[in-house]
Design a protein around this ligand. Sequence first.
Ligand code: URA
Length: 207
Amino acid sequence: SSPSLALVPEDASYEQVALAARDCRACGLYARATQTVFGEGAVPSPLMLVGEQPGDKEDLQGHPFVGPAGRILDEALERADIPREQVYVTNAVKHFKWEPRGKRRMHAKPNMAEVHACHGWLEAEIALVQPAVLVCLGATAAAAIFGSGYKLMENRGHVTTDSPWAQRVIATYHPSALLRMMPDEDAYTQAMAFLVSDLELAASFVS
Ligand code: URA
């Protein structure tokens, strides 16, 4: 099982679990990150969104999806008519992984060992949030939930009903992928439409 699972306090409240996560050293990423960025939102919630890892802004502010990717997510949620405060939003990995590029901290993709190390926190969040529908934003979240073989591009928007983690799981684009597409307006518009329709599909099962 995941190294972080041993750090999850037993029979604990959501707040106690979030507090315990602050001291996590289950992998090496804590050393270069400002702080643990735990998930937040409604607990319990029928709808839970899982991203990859906090970005630069999230690392500094201590909250998930508050930077540029968060603005894309907020727009998609608004278009899908899903109030953000009614969902629970978290990440597969809770520390920012980065590499220096000049004075900037460049996002570095977490590897499967880091995803695995962090999985105990995700499991604890799922147990407390008890979502009916889990939405994986991007390939890292999908790998955390389905395993590393999951093909996002082939399966996005597909509803999985035999996952141990929730009655229904849907994987869709990561908001950061949309950010990178922005220079190509058609690609961006198309991907945003997919993200919105996947979120609408997720919400359709809970309302
Ligand atoms: N990207 C993510 O996957 N999560 C965040 O919280 C921010 C950016």
